[in-house]
Design a binder for this molecule. Structure first.
Ligand code: G6P
Length: 610
C-alpha cells in the first residue's frame, strides 16, 4: 500500500528518495511522485502513474535537485490512478504533502476550504491536508504549529509528511493510524512509512507513536505527543538481515522467499525448542504464568495470516485441548462478540501494521480479554508495541506481495503455542512428543519438499490456460487448500476457490468439468479414506484432478488424475509441508502467464487502510 520517504540533508536527496521508493515497491502501488526543496526556496515536483522507474526516467530528464524532499508511492483509494491524484499534493505552490491513510471527513474539509478560495486539482482526500496546513499557516508561528493545529481537524488515519517552500530546513510529520518511522543519520535525518526504505542510509530508528507530531531538521528531531508535550522516544537499532535489494540470484523475490523457508523456519525454532521440548517463556517474560490460566484463544488476522490462524484452531483444539475461535479482523472489529472466560487474544500478522488487525486489537483491549499476544514478523511494528506479549516469527524481510515464508513461520509459531498452552491443559505426552519431534524434523523436510519442483513445473503448463480452479482439503489441510487458492488467485489471476472436501456435494460438484481443474491435498492421515471418496465423486463427473499426496497413500496417476508425491512427514507438520507445492504451483503458473509475480495488480503487501 502507499509508501512514504522523506529526507532533510545537506546533499541532494533525490537518489535517497528514489531508492527508498524502490524499496517500498513491494508494498503495492500504482503511481509515484517526489517533491524537492532547494535552499534558494524553489520547489520541484514530479509525478508519474505506473512504476517508480517511470518517475526515475522522468526525473532523469529534469535533473531535479533538492536537499529537503518528500516522495510517495500511491495505492489509489480516493480518486483514480492519474498523475493529478498522485502525491505529493501542494497548496499554493508552497506547502507540499505526502500522506498514507484516509482522511474520512475530507468532503467537509474540501467544501470549507473551497469556500475560502482554495482550488482543488485532484480527487484525493490528501489534498485537503495541504490546504488545511496552508490555511493554518496564516495564524501559526511555524510549520510545526500549523500542522499541530491542522491535525485536530482530521478524522481518519494519517501518516503524513509536510514541507514548506519558505523554510526548506525542515519537514514536519504526523502519525495517527498509519505508521511512520524516523531514521537518524549524521547531519541528516529521514522519515519513512517503513524502515525498509531507509536501510541504505541508516540503521537507527525512532518509531512514532499514535498522535505524535515531529519536526525534523538536519541536526534535530523534536517529537510532541497527542497532548502537545515534547517527548523522548526510544532509538532502536534495526537488525533486519535481509536486504530488500537482493534477489539472491532468483528470478523473483517470491521464489527466493519460497526457497528460504527451511532456513527461516530453523531460525524461528532456534533457542526456543530443544531436545526436551519448548524452552520456558518463549512467548515473553511471564508468558507461561499467564498461559496457565488460559481456557480459550481468540485469533484475529487477515489474508494469509488468517489462514495460519485457521490451521492453528485445528491444532489448539486437537492437541492442546484449548477451545479456539478464529475471525477475520475486518469482521471482528465491526460486530458485537462475546468474550469467553480466560480468553487470550492472539493477533497474527506479517507486517504488524494491518489496519483492521490493529483496530481489532484495540477493540479487544476494551472488551476485556485477559491478555493479548501477537505473532508477527516485524519487530517494533504497531501490533508488537501495542500487545502484551509478542512472538517474532523471524522470517526476515518478505518482499513478494504473496506471502510465503511468513506463512510457514507463522504456522511454526502456532505449533509452539500449541505446546505452550497444551502444557497446562492436559496435553498427552505422546502428542507433545510428536509435535516436538515433528518440529525438529521440519527444516530438513522443507528442504526435501522443495526438490519436487520439476513435477510442479510440468503441471503448471497444463494449468495456465484455465480460468477457474477448485482446491480441496480436509481437517487441518482445509486452511492449506484455502491458502493454495489464495496464492493462485493473487499472482496468476486465475479464479480459485477452496472447499473442505466434505462440502463438495453441497454445491461445488455442479461446477466440475474438464475446464475446472481440481487440486487435492492428500497427506496420509485419518481422513484419507474420506478424501478418496471425495476424489471418486469428482472423477465420476469427468473432473481433472491434481493430487498432492504422500507416496504411501496409493494414489496413482491415470487419465483423469495427476499425482505429485510429497515426502512423507509427521502429522503435526503436514500442513506446513503441503503448503510448499501449492506455493510452487502458483508461482510457476504465474510465470507461464507472465504476470507480475512480486507485485500483482491491485494488491498491496502492507494494508494500512481499512
Ligand atoms: C495483504 C497481503 C497478504 C497478507 C495480508 C495480511 O493482503 O498482500 O499477503 O496476508 O495483507 O497482512 P499481515 O501483514 O497482517 O499478515
Amino acid at each position: 500500500m502507499c509508501g512514504i520517504v522523506g529526507a532533510v540533508a545537506e546533499r541532494n536527496v533525490v537518489e535517497i528518495l528514489l531508492e527508498g521508493l524502490k524499496r517500498l515497491e513491494y508494498r503495492g502501488y500504482d503511481s509515484a511522485g517526489v517533491a524537492l526543496l532547494q535552499s534558494d526556496g524553489s520547489l520541484t515536483r514530479v509525478r508519474r502513474t505506473g512504476k517508480v522507474q517511470e518517475l526515475v526516467d522522468a526525473i532523469g530528464e529534469d535533473e531535479a535537485l533538492g536537499s529537503t524532499g518528500i516522495a510517495h508511492t500511491r495505492w489509489a483509494t480516493h480518486g483514480g490512478v492519474t498523475e493529478a491524484n498522485a502525491h505529493p499534493h501542494v497548496s499554493d505552490e508552497r506547502i507540499a504533502v505526502v500522506h498514507n491513510g484516509i482522511i474520512e471527513n475530507y468532503q467537509t474539509l474540501r467544501e470549507n476550504l473551497s469556500a475560502k478560495g482554495y482550488r482543488f486539482t485532484s480527487d484525493t482526500d490528501t489534498e485537503t491536508i495541504a490546504h488545511t496546513v496552508n490555511e493554518a499557516m496564516k495564524t501559526a508561528g511555524s510549520l510545526l504549529e500549523a500542522v499541530q493545529q491542522a491535525v485536530t481537524q482530521f478524522h481518519g488515519a494519517y501518516g503524513t509528511v509536510i514541507m514548506d517552500k519558505q523554510d526548506p530546513s525542515r519537514v514536519v510529520v504526523a502519525r495517527s493510524g498509519s505508521p511512520l518511522v524516523i531514521g537518524l543519520g549524521l547531519g541528516e535525518n529521514f522519515i519513512a512509512s517503513d524502515q525498509m526504505a531507509l536501510l541504505p542510509v541508516t540503521r537507527r530508528f525512532i518509531f512514532l507513536e499514535e498522535g505524535d507530531v515531529a519536526e525534523i531538521t538536519r541536526r534535530s528531531v523534536t517529537i510532541f505527543d497527542k497532548q502537545g508535550n515534547e517527548v523522548e522516544r526510544e532509538v532502536i537499532e534495526s537488525n533486519i538481515e535481509h536486504d530488500a535489494g537482493d534477489k539472491g540470484g532468483y528470478r523473483h523475490y517470491m521464489l527466493k522467499e519460497i526457497h528460504e523457508q527451511p532456513t527461516v523456519v530453523r531460525n524461528a525454532l532456534q533457542h526456543r525448542l530443544d531436545e526436551k521440548g519448548l524452552v520456558a517463556d518463549v512467548f515473553g517474560s511471564g508468558a507461561d504464568a499467564l498461559f496457565e490460566k488460559v481456557k480459550h484463544v481468540q485469533i484475529i488476522a487477515c489474508g494469509t495470516s488468517y489462514h495460519a490462524g485457521m490451521t492453528a484452531r485445528y491444532w489448539l483444539e486437537q492437541y492442546a485441548n484449548v477451545s479456539c475461535n478464529v475471525e477475520i479482523a475486518s469482521e471482528f472489529r465491526y460486530r458485537k462478540s462475546v468474550v469467553h472466560e480466560n480468553s487470550l487474544l492472539v493477533t497474527i500478522s506479517q507486517s504488524g501494521e494491518t489496519a483492521d488487525t490493529l483496530a481489532a486489537l484495540r477493540l479487544a483491549k476494551e472488551l476485556g480479554y485477559m491478555a493479548s499476544l501477537t505473532i508477527c514478523n516485524v519487530p517494533g511494528s504497531s501490533l508488537v508495541r501495542e500487545s502484551d506479549l509478542s512472538f517474532m516469527t523471524r522470517a526476515g524481510a518478505e518482499i513478494g506481495v504473496a506471502s510465503t515464508k511468513a506463512f510457514t513461520t507463522q504456522l511454526t509459531a502456532f505449533l509452539m503455542l500449541t505446546l505452550a498452552l497444551g502444557k497446562y491443559n492436559s496435553m498427552s505426552a505422546s502428542d507433545e512428543n510428536a509435535i516436538v519431534q515433528a518440529l525438529h524434523s521440519l527444516p530438513a523436510k522443507l528442504e526435501e519438499t522443495l526438490t519436487i519442483t520439476q513435477g510442479i513445473e510440468d503441471l503448471a503448463e497444463e494449468f495456465a490456460d484455465k480460468h477457474h480452479s477448485l482446491f480441496l482439503g480436509r481437517g487441518d489441510q482445509y486452511p492449506i487448500a484455502m491458502e493454495g487458492a489464495l496464492k493462485l488467485k493473487e499472482i496468476s489471476y486465475i479464479h480459485a476457490e477452496a472447499y473442505a472436501s466434505g462440502e463438495l456435494k453441497h454445491g461445488p460438484l455442479a461446477l466440475i468439468d474438464e475446464e475446472m481443474p481440481v487440486i487435492v491435498v492428500a497427506p496420509n492421515n485419518e481422513l484419507l479414506e474420506k478424501l478418496k471418496s471425495n476424489v471418486e465423486e469428482v472423477r465420476a463427473r469427468g473432473g481433472i484432478m491434481y493430487v498432492f499426496a504422500d507416496k504411501d497413500t496409493a494414489f496413482a496417476s491415470d487419465d483423469t488424475m495427476r499425482v505429485i508425491n510429497v515426502p512423507h512427514c509427521d502429522a503435526p507438520i503436514a500442513p506446513i509441508i503441503y503448503t510448499i507445492p501449492l506455493q510452487l504451483l502458483s508461482y510457476y503458473v504465474a510465470l507461464i502467464k507472465g504476470t507480475d509475480v512480486d507485485q500483482p495488480r491491485n494488491l498491496a503487501k502492507s494494508v494500512t487502510v481499512e
